[in-house]
Design a protein around this ligand. Structure first.
Ligand code: SF4
Length: 97
């Protein structure tokens, strides 16, 4: 996601925002389409978000992502533990479990 992938933040304090976004390791895995099988398991497909720079693994429209992509979910401290589709190796998830 230019700065960070689909994941991003709504933390008002600039210092806290920087700290929060700094947790992202810019792998871009969250910016690939997902499917859910009949057992409820989430699978990542090879299909990236149309705005993902697949070489840099960053969003090309980071600061407008919420306006340009309806499916883009902002990662926040409040919703991070509900986003079960995030990759198991996502640095935000790994801090939770
Ligand atoms: S999966 Fe997690 S660590 Fe990787 S880019 Fe997305 S938010 Fe960042």
């Amino acid at each position: 996601m230019f700065a960070t992938p689909a994941a991003i933040v709504s933390v008002p304090d600039p210092k806290k925002l920087q700290e929060w976004e700094g947790r992202c390791r810019r792998c871009g895995e969250c910016c690939f389409e997902k499917t859910i099988d009949r057992y409820g398991c989430v699978h990542t497909t090879p299909e990236p978000c149309r705005f993902l720079d697949i070489h840099e693994r960053t969003c090309r429209v980071y600061h407008q992502r919420q306006e340009l992509e309806d499916d883009c979910v902002q990662l926040t401290p409040e919703n991070i533990d509900t986003l079960h589709w995030l990759p198991a190796n996502c640095s935000y998830r790994s801090e939770l479990y």
